[in-house]
Design a binder for this molecule. Structure first.
Ligand SMILES: [Zn+2]
Length: 184
């Protein structure tokens, strides 16, 4: 891995084409790597790593960006959907909207909605919500965390919203769920 120095950082934020194939950059929150010229949303400095070549990026577990295709090969929709799922799984506790997910995963919101739904039979929002509720169930079973804390850890912006969503999905409140589990 190379250092993220000022020259390389400038090349990334200015989409400098002359640096293409001289280095590649990866974003640790998405595990996606790009050419410096990629027009995707600029990453955070602290989430950026630099690779000397694509082999190094691939070996480090990073996957090619669908937009700039740093390996020179087309990135299939299946692979893109996997990237999106990985991103959601690693960031479900944060505030995530369709636009944020699309920008971070280097696509448009409408493509994200259409392709993700086609390959997983559920919309990104439904996928995210189900994942958050699963994580919440896990925390209710395995910890004694208070409900507001669980709501926050799972990315719900309020306890009452968490309560509503949980009830919609499982026909009981989070507290009822916890109690039913305790008395089994
Ligand atoms: Zn890219």
């Amino acid at each position: 891995m190379l250092a993220l120095n000022k020259t390389r950082w400038q090349a990334i934020i200015k989409n400098d084409k002359s640096m293409d194939n001289i280095f590649f950059y990866g974003v640790t929150t998405t595990k996606i790597f790009c050419k410096p010229s990629c027009h995707s949303k600029a990453p955070k400095f602290t989430n950026t790593v630099i690779f000397q070549n694509q082999t190094e990026a691939l070996k480090s577990g990073f996957r090619p960006c669908k937009r700039c295709q740093p390996t020179g090969q087309r990135v299939s929709n299946e692979i893109w959907v996997e990237q999106i799922k990985t991103y959601i799984q690693n960031n479900y506790s944060q505030k995530l909207t369709l636009t944020i997910i699309a920008e971070t995963c280097h696509g448009s919101a409408s493509n994200l909605q259409r392709i993700f739904t086609k390959y997983t039979q559920q919309s990104p929002t439904v996928y995210l919500n189900n994942l958050r509720l699963q994580k919440a169930q896990q925390l209710l079973r395995q910890t004694n965390d208070a409900l507001p804390k669980i709501a926050q850890k799972c990315g719900f912006n309020s306890s009452s919203y968490f309560n509503t969503k949980f009830k919609q999905k499982f026909n009981m409140t989070p507290l009822q769920y916890k109690e039913s589990f305790l008395h089994k």
